[in-house]
Design a protein around this ligand. Structure first.
Ligand SMILES: [Mg+2]
Length: 266
């Protein structure tokens, strides 16, 4: 990973889309920071398309799409995207697209995985935002106490894979779903359909900022991906690290990334 200061002016000027994870990328200890929220507004005002890409639930993404200064939000690790469009009277209307492979979370395999994981991993619990989810099962190992070691999350992931599901580890939850999709496949689909983005030539128009293993498909795809400094906590679990790394952690790292982009474009 290179220091952010090594990003060139040409690289910063070619950017059109800023995508970012939410937990521990915009937030710190669960709270959205003033610095990172202000950075989202600054990006919007500078003309970028701003799109969070998160493992958080549909219920949260409805709020984010309506209330935050964003152009869309990919949720539940790529199961859907929500965005607003203006109707003929200029009123915002919420739109949604669901991934064709997305499977609702009442699938019996997810019930089996939950039962096994809770029985086999002491201290693990269902995430408290589960009621707001449509497609995935979220098991909490680090959002609330007790904070369990990362090996625990890897153990849960193994159980999910043995039962035929997909699982990704974020900084707080293990997200488990049926169906073949991830943050990247839905984000690319949305960039193409909503903004006419060309996947063959547009790599360098996209900057993604993230912090943890469920961001890896995005780090691998976009040559200008940036990690906030806390990505180093997962060094061993992320094979494809981002190209750049901020010197600061969490939301302050995201604000640093945005400051750097805006300065380098001048
Ligand atoms: Mg995260």
């Amino acid at each position: 990973m290179k220091a952010l200061s090594e990003m060139t002016g040409d690289e910063a000027r070619a950017l059109r889309f800023i995508l970012m994870d939410i937990d521990d990328t915009l937030t710190r200890e669960g709270k959205l920071l003033a610095s990172s929220y202000t950075a989202l507004w600054r990006l919007r005002e500078a003309g970028f398309k701003v799109i969070p890409v998160t493992g958080r639930p549909a219920g949260w993404c409805d709020l984010i799409a309506r209330e935050w200064p964003v152009d869309g939000v990919v949720g539940e690790n790529g199961a859907f995207v929500f965005w607003e469009e203006r109707n003929s009277r200029g009123k915002p209307v919420l739109k949604a697209e669901y991934h064709p492979q997305a499977v609702r979370n009442d699938h019996p395999a997810l019930a089996r995985i939950k039962e096994r994981a809770l029985a086999e991993v002491p201290g693990l619990r269902q995430a408290k935002d589960q009621f707001a989810r449509l497609f995935d099962l979220a098991l909490d190992f680090a959002e609330e106490d007790p904070v369990l070691p990362l090996e625990t999350a890897e153990r849960v992931k193994t159980i999910a894979c043995e039962e035929g599901a997909t699982a990704k580890v974020s900084s707080i939850h293990v997200n488990i779903w049926m169906g073949m999709y991830d943050k990247l496949s839905m984000a690319e689909k949305f960039l193409k359909s909503r903004f006419g983005w060309e996947s063959s030539t547009g790599d360098r128009q996209v900057l993604f900022a993230g912090d943890s293993p469920n961001d890896e498909p995005m780090f691998a795809r976009f040559p200008l991906a940036c990690g906030v400094a806390n990505v180093l906590r997962y060094g061993g679990l992320i094979r494809q690290l981002p190209a750049f790394i901020a010197s600061r952690e969490c939301g302050d790292g995201f604000a640093e990334i945005v400051r750097t982009i805006l300065e380098k474009r001048r």
